[in-house]
Design a protein. Structure first.
Length: 364
């Protein structure tokens, strides 16, 4: 595949200097910004993540700041999740849907105050959607993209590394909660969250000028802990069943199809509620399932159709070989008729037809 041509439209990050010095070997583009994809190799990066600690530049998780008297009203309108239960120090996974109930994004909402929230985005231009709804409804809110760049610390030694930089208060942070902790005299939102199942934190770095000082401080503090630069790892995320918007789910899918029905609990008349009513009552006709694909697979660059008895019964959105589990692990959207564990289908990888078997659960 050709290299990404540099352009001002594809933004560097406050941590790009550190990422480049660490020997990044590949990038993707996510929210118009660079996101590293590999350093040593996918396999080595994955094994290291599971044993040690990594620092990830995830500035591409751009923030949509929604502030004002109608901030909560707007959030209740664009997400099916019940926002009234959100605690003051909490982060919420909030699927956002269109008028047909299709997924637009699956951000994490951070409650900064009763009238101020950040939406930490997956790949997608949700700011324009929120701004359009606010203008159309005449809501009293200010919607901007603030100068906030998340930096993740992930891995089994994440607590130890973070405690060296922010103090032992980080150990008290509960899952999907946050504390405001000081770095160089500036209080930053530090949340126990991140796009891996290895445990860790996301630091919402306000102000690009703090980027490299924090990056350097983490590496200096973790010199004896085998700390390395890393990034969201495709192998680990598929093993863990962490869905990628744009790969495993798109606007063609509803939250119920993505296995996110538990987050559709709002009593409000949110956008798309009527369209989701049947699935809310009876369940979806298709849904995300873990799969094992037998044989040798190519890179999954396009959706791979799943077939049974000569008809399409789903598709694979992500697939890769897992060295730890010794299988080609995959995430697929499968019709109800074929989603039971043990069901065998055929997947067209573009390089051949291979058996694909539904699993009872993801690997971690």
């Amino acid at each position: 595949m050709a290299n990404i041509f540099p352009s001002r439209r594809i933004r560097r990050t406050p941590f790009s200097k550190g990422v480049e010095a660490a020997g990044v070997k590949g990038y993707t583009v996510y929210n118009h910004m660079l996101l590293a994809t590999v350093f040593e190799s996918l396999e080595y990066d994955c094994a290291h993540l599971k044993e040690h600690v990594q620092v990830w530049d995830v500035s591409c998780e751009r923030q949509v700041s929604i502030k004002g008297p109608d901030a909560l009203r707007l959030l209740k309108l664009i997400s099916p999740r019940d926002m009234d239960r959100m605690a003051d120090d909490q982060c919420y996974y909030v699927p956002t849907v269109d008028h047909n109930g299709g997924m637009l994004n699956d951000p994490v909402a951070v409650k900064l105050a009763a009238d101020h929230y950040w939406l930490s985005l997956a790949d997608g231009d949700l700011l324009q959607f929120a701004l359009g709804i606010a203008i159309a409804r005449g809501f009293d809110v200010e919607i901007v993209e603030p100068d906030v760049s998340p930096l993740a610390v992930q891995g089994p030694r994440a607590d130890d590394l973070m405690a060296r930089v922010f103090g032992d208060a980080v150990r008290e942070i509960r899952f999907f909660r946050y504390k405001r902790l000081a770095f160089q005299g500036v209080e930053l939102v530090v949340a126990r969250s991140g796009w891996s199942k290895q445990g860790g934190f996301e630091i919402y770095v306000e102000g690009a000028d703090l980027g490299m000082p924090l990056w350097d401080a983490l590496f200096e503090a973790g010199e004896d802990m085998h700390v390395r630069a890393g990034c969201p790892n495709t192998i680990e995320r598929i093993e863990s069943g962490l869905l990628s918007y744009g790969n495993d789910m798109t606007r063609e899918n509803t939250p119920y199809e993505c296995g996110l029905g538990k987050f559709c609990n709002s009593p409000e008349d949110y956008i798309g509620k009527a369209a989701l009513a049947e699935q809310a009552a009876n369940g979806p006709a298709r849904q995300i399932r873990p799969l094992v694909i037998s044989g040798e697979i190519p890179p999954c660059l396009d959706a791979w159709p799943l077939f049974a008895d000569g008809r399409q019964v789903g598709q694979v959105g992500s697939a890769i070989f897992s060295p730890e589990f010794g299988v080609n692990a995959a995430i697929g959207m499968v019709d109800q008729s074929h989603w039971a564990p043990g069901t065998v289908m055929e997947v067209d990888t573009g390089a051949g037809i291979l058996p694909a078997t539904v699993q009872d659960r993801f690997w971690r």
